[in-house]
Write a protein of this length. Sequence first.
Length: 139
Amino acid sequence: MKSHRKELFFELPSRRAYVNITAQVEKCLAESGIKEGLLLCNAMHISASVFINDDERGLHSDFEKWLEKLAPHEPVSAYAHNLSGEDNGDAHLKRQIMGREVVVAVTQGRLDFGPWEQIFYGEYDGGRRKRVLVKIIGE
């Protein structure tokens, strides 16, 4: 069995954003030479997420509105976490909801997606460099 590891880096200027990283992940898969196996893609920061969904602008707007209702950024004093001097308590909760990672089957050298599925990086506390791990195992 072979394995391949690669890190993707992001430094988004906005506090929150959704970035379609499918093409970057597919490039990692092509570099690996693996034709059959599994691909893990996970955010390596506790205020960011990786998830699979549709690449549709309205849906992304819905994510933003829904997450802000569930874990609003302000007032920052609402979060015990922020007593440490941080202002990102909401970002940790948003990450928990949207997820840390995805696992995708690799079949005949391609990501084995359902219709409309794409991989996204979700940023909830932007403004600094963060990374995403892509780990592929198989033959």
